[in-house]
Write a protein that binds this ligand. Structure first.
Ligand code: ADP
Length: 286
């Protein structure tokens, strides 16, 4: 297995700030894994994402200690532009991501490739493919500023996917979306995983994390307090103290357990509840 992202004892303090936003954070992410970062507001999730894409400290300045290694190369040895091709970043707020210089969605999605000097014919093929993938073909002639929040979120995702980065860092991609739009974004993320991309996602919707992510990083007041496979982290009793939501079904199962109903394991997906309660096969209806 290849390590794609490796942080060793990373601490970071924003300029003019007294506190460290990241405190001695260490973890590794293997190539092709889908990792979700969770934690309460202000716990350091976005700062961590910005560290992986080199904005900390190249853009934000401040004090960075420790080592950030992306695809075997230390962050100190990257130029920001070089890293931008390797790490695609989808902002939490899709309104920031729209370039403001293109007047239709097709051109907007093509913009990054144009900047890289990709031949026009290749750009057309790649943009067409991504518009279809993200299901925004019908928006191709629309002005990006006339779109709804959810549509912009998809355009933002498309404009990153089209660049074909090795690593995708996605900060709350579903904040503007209804449940169907949300499922659709996760379908796209799953497809990216199938294509071997390394995915890092900040998300509050634990049911979706339980369904799709491989590993969890739990942030709390700038510290990485728990890490590991999703199921192990949720099943660890230490998780409760951070007052982060559990997946819906896990929450229900824990309450049942507290009221004396035994569980054979802790379910994290809806379809596991019956098994966890030993109900499958054992229940008869008349
Ligand atoms: P999260 O994404 O988990 O909500 P952030 O990474 O945004 O957390 O913030 C972590 C800490 O860093 C917070 O205390 C926040 O106030 C601080 N912080 C975030 N951005 C900046 C900045 N640009 N300048 C100074 N402090 C910041």
């Amino acid at each position: 297995m290849t390590t794609m992202i490796d942080l060793k004892n990373v601490s970071y303090r924003y300029p003019v700030s007294d506190d460290f936003a990241l405190k001695n954070v260490s973890f590794s992410i293997e190539k092709g894994k889908f990792t979700a970062i969770i934690g309460n507001n202000g716990s350091g999730k976005t700062t961590l994402c910005n560290t992986i894409r080199g904005f900390v400290p190249h853009f934000y300045k401040g004090d960075l200690e420790g080592d950030v290694i992306v695809d075997q190369t230390n962050m100190k040895d990257y130029q920001l532009g070089q890293l931008g091709e390797k790490v695609g970043y989808v902002f939490q707020n899709p309104f920031i991501q729209v370039s403001g210089v293109k007047d239709n969605v097709f051109e907007e999605v093509a913009y990054g490739l144009e900047n890289l000097g990709v031949p026009v014919e290749e750009i057309k093929v790649r943009v067409e493919e991504v518009l279809k993938l993200v299901k925004i073909e019908h928006l191709r002639e629309k002005n990006p500023f006339e779109l709804s929040g959810g549509q912009r979120q998809r355009v933002a995702l498309a404009s990153i996917i089209v660049m074909d980065p090795e690593i995708l860092v996605i900060d709350e991609p579903t904040s503007q979306l209804d449940p169907i739009g949300t499922e659709h974004i996760f379908d796209i993320i799953r497809l990216m995983k199938e294509r071997g991309k390394t995915i890092i996602l900040v998300e509050h919707k634990m049911d979706l994390i339980a369904e799709y992510a491989d590993n969890l990083l739990v942030m709390h007041e700038g510290q990485l307090v728990m890490q590991g496979p999703v199921r192990e982290v949720f099943a660890n009793p230490a998780f409760e103290q951070y007052q982060i939501q559990y997946p819906h079904v896990t929450d229900i199962a824990l309450q049942l357990q507290k009221s004396g109903i035994p569980l054979s394991f802790l379910p994290i997906r809806d379809e596991e509840l019956a098994d966890a309660l030993n109900m499958t096969g054992g229940v008869t209806h008349d």
